[in-house]
Write a protein that binds this ligand. Structure first.
Ligand code: HDD
Length: 757
């Protein structure tokens, strides 16, 4: 009756590394491979491993990984068999009459092989279809017993296995990673008291307040029905039509138009549970809670032009980034933070805690760091694990409960329902990745794909025995879920609470919290998206809504897209039929600006060294030697692969041929001395450097490399290349002084220089 059968008899067990749930140092945080490089050998090994199936990270064993052993099959060697285990003599030729005659129906191997192939696909997720995931662990810093009896939040340092799946929302499974979109951030904790799913996003609010509007919202944002255009993008009429008629989406729109919607990496995004949830302690006392994930690497984004180019150059950019970081031992890490709000403060805020279009400003309720999550193991089979993982907001454990947020309440229905169609029936929780490590015992039976053999009866009450019993009655033992005993009283009404009616104050709060460059990016994003909208009336209505956020924003967007500028006082009366704007007393929340969310160091930042024949090889070597130990991934690029001859008779290996890469795939660029003249004549190189400049990336140049940088700056329309922020030059011949490399590292750590003009 348990969900965790032992390994089937006779199946070879390959994975015998010990399970270490509590102590698991792994490679040092934020570091690349031992020598700090990602040279060709390392890449070759990695690619081979990718091709053969991932057997890396096996040192990072935990109880979930051990439970998966029962389902692992050895890499396919030996004789090929049918699904019935019959060995097959030939899998390359079908059975036919004579060598040129018709194929015979009795060829069961052909029929089985084709049938299995024909049925390989399952429906993709209706939203969040495109994603990538990894295993890891969560460990609390301290006991949270005061607030919750959740088992995984009790013992500092006790590790709970997790699987996290990141995703985009709009696009299908094969769409590009770097589109402008919300990112999903869903975490499954395999706790000792059952699975807990925190199904969040990288933004703390949502488009709508009530789940009943979710199908409308999704129909609007998905591609237009007649032609299924655009893929992975919200820049089209139906999305903006919906939003312009649905002012409750305004706050979320501000986030989606900000750089948060074009993250540099899944590893550099915040995550939020969005809703207010409830923690419940052993005495049954409830505390409202908001969940926050904060990345150790800081929150970093691309710029819009870069994101669009990346979608073409590497549609798998985020997926690859996550995979490679974990393979290289640079395990991504997030800190879990909680905003804890006593129940008696439920009505202490100028917004409703149950309204998912509102955040609780950190200036009002600080985020308390309570633990950390590390992702340290890639899946072995994308379909079996990342595709088949099934999240559900109603998967809670003792100590965590819901609130009456109407969006959450509807989600608690939708996620189970969607898995039934997506995964083909009710037994999806028996799929290896979904199985709890906690024991499963109940009277649920049968259904498509039943994996377990249940002996005996399956009903209650029961006098013949052999059935599990519920634990109810009296004081419950530890680890038994009891619903929070909230007192509820009211009439059944289809009405929105008036406390949900202010749709603009927090949109304005977000806007006023942004740095000038962030405001410019938001303005440009609105202009881009609305510029793609054909219906003039939709564009006008949306701009008219923006007046309530900020008249200057509305006016500027109107100018850029060519609609009438709304009158500034239009913000006073329109779209506000329900309630007056509420004041929190806060005009800005600095915690919301990317300026205040930077990380430290250069771990996993990708640095391109652009080189050509005649390069000063000592500088190329120095770049690797100086930057890689700090965790940067340094790659030498040249027109051709192989060895690159230097000016000094020596040569350096080329890590990547330039035509296979692009500027957008790197965070920083170094232009060494010696090859500047030749490189300046190469349009690919010039474009590489020009793009890096335009995308605000740190650049350093030495000797003749500075001339190349000057040419690129001119091509980018930037004057005074020597004074550009984020640019480091050593114009003269000879070696730079010792401050050069630390200076470049500091520029890289700052991520981007958006004010380059
Ligand atoms: Fe949802 C998937 C996050 C509102 C219905 N949602 C899904 C995933 C994430 C979120 C991260 C992907 C999970 C995975 O990787 O498998 N969804 C959110 C957040 C929301 C939200 C943060 C608002 C706070 N979602 C929401 C509503 C509904 C849904 C209001 C329906 C009433 N979401 C779904 C779904 C999906 C889903 C249709 C599609 C695939 C799946 O569930 O497993 O049920």
């Amino acid at each position: 009756m348990t969900n965790n059968p032992g390994p089937p008899e006779g199946r070879p067990q390959e994975h015998t590394a010990p399970v270490t749930e509590t102590v698991n140092p792994g490679p040092p945080q934020g570091r690349g491979p031992a020598d700090g490089t990602h040279g060709p050998d390392d890449r070759e090994n990695r690619e081979n491993r990718e091709n053969r199936g991932n057997r890396g990270n096996r040192a990072n064993r935990d109880s979930k990984d051990a439970a998966l052993d029962a389902f692992r099959v050895p890499a396919g060697e030996g004789a090929v068999t049918t699904d019935q285990g019959v060995r097959v003599d030939d899998t390359d030729n079908s059975l036919h009459v004579g060598e040129r005659g018709p194929t015979l129906l009795e060829d069961f191997h052909l029929r089985e092989k084709l049938t299995r192939f024909d049925h390989e696909r399952i429906p993709e997720r209706v939203v969040h279809a495109r994603g990538a995931g990894a295993y890891g662990y969560f460990e609390p810093y301290e006991s949270l017993a005061e607030y919750t009896c959740a088992d995984f939040l009790q013992d500092p340092g006790r590790r709970t296995p997790v699987f996290v799946r990141f995703s985009t929302v709009q696009g299908p499974r094969g769409s590009a990673d770097t589109v402008r979109d919300v990112r999903g951030f869903a975490t499954k904790f395999y706790t000792r008291h059952g699975n807990y799913d925190l199904v969040g996003n990288n933004m703390p609010v949502f488009f709508i307040q009530d789940a009943v509007k979710f199908p409308d919202f999704v129909h609007a944002v998905k591609p237009e029905p007649p032609n299924e255009i655009p893929t992975g993008a919200s820049a089209h009429d139906t999305f903006w039509d919906f939003c312009s008629l649905q002012p409750e989406s305004t706050h979320m729109l501000m986030w989606v138009m900000s750089d948060r919607a074009i993250p540099r990496s899944f590893r550099m995004m915040q995550g939020f549970g969005v809703h207010t949830f409830r923690l419940v302690n052993a005495e049954g006392r409830g505390t409202f809670v908001k969940f926050h994930w904060k990345p150790r690497l800081g929150v970093c984004s691309q710029v819009w032009d870069e994101a669009q180019l990346t979608a073409g150059r590497d549609p798998d950019f985020h997926r690859r980034d996550l995979w490679e970081a974990i393979e290289a031992g640079a395990y991504p890490e997030w800190e879990l933070g909680l905003q804890l709000i006593p129940e008696e403060d439920e009505f202490a805020f100028p917004f409703d805690l149950l309204d998912p279009t509102k955040l609780v400003p950190e200036e009002l309720v600080p985020v308390r760091p309570v633990g950390r999550m590390v992702l340290n193991r890639n899946p072995e089979n994308f379909f079996a694990e990342t595709e088949q993982i099934a999240f559900h907001t109603a998967n809670v454990v003792p100590g965590i409960d819901f609130t009456n947020d109407p969006l959450l309440q509807g989600r608690n229905f939708s996620y189970l329902d969607t898995q039934l169609i997506r995964l083909g029936g009710p037994n999806f929780s028996q799929l290896p990745v979904n199985r709890p490590i906690a024991e499963v015992r109940n009277n649920q039976r049968d259904g498509y794909g039943q994996q377990l053999i249940h002996p005996g009866p399956s009903y209650a009450p029961n006098s013949v025995g052999g059935c599990p019993a519920a634990m109810g009655g009296g004081r419950l033992p530890e680890g038994v879920f009891e619903h929070y005993q909230e007192r509820v009283d009211g009439r059944a009404v289809r009405r929105r609470s008036p406390s949900f009616a202010d749709h603009y104050s927090q949109a304005a709060l977000f806007w006023h919290s942004m740095a000038a460059w962030e405001q410019e990016h938001i303005t440009a994003a609105f202009a881009f998206e609305l510029g793609k909208v054909g219906e003039q009336a939709v564009r006008q209505r949306m701009v008219d809504n923006l007046v309530h956020v900020d008249p200057a924003l509305a006016a500027e967007v109107a100018r850029r897209i060519g609609v009438a500028e709304p009158a500034p006082d239009q913000g006073q009366d329109q779209g506000r039929e329900q309630a007056p704007q509420q004041e929190s007393g806060l005009r800005a929340s600095p915690a919301l600006s990317l300026e205040n969310l930077r990380g430290e160091g250069v771990a996993t930042r990708r640095v391109a060294v652009l080189a050509g024949p005649g390069v000063v090889t000592a500088q190329v070597r120095a770049a690797h030697a100086q930057l890689a130990p700090a965790g940067a991934v340094v790659e030498t690029l040249a027109a051709r692969g192989g060895q690159l001859p230097g000016a000094d008779g020596e040569s350096v290996p080329v890590d990547r041929p330039l035509p296979t890469m692009a500027s957008v795939l790197y965070d920083a660029v170094l232009l060494p001395d010696g090859a500047g003249e030749a490189l300046r004549a190469d349009p690919d190189v010039l474009r590489f450097v020009t793009e890096a400049l335009r995308h605000g990336k740190p650049l350093a140049a030495l000797g003749s490399g500075t001339e190349l940088l000057r040419s690129a700056a001119t091509a980018a329309g930037m004057k005074e290349h020597a004074r550009l922020p984020g640019v480091l030059l050593h114009a003269s011949d000879g070696e730079p002084d010792e401050s050069f490399w630390p200076g470049f590292l500091a520029l890289i750590a700052n991520h981007r220089y958006p004010d380059r003009g």
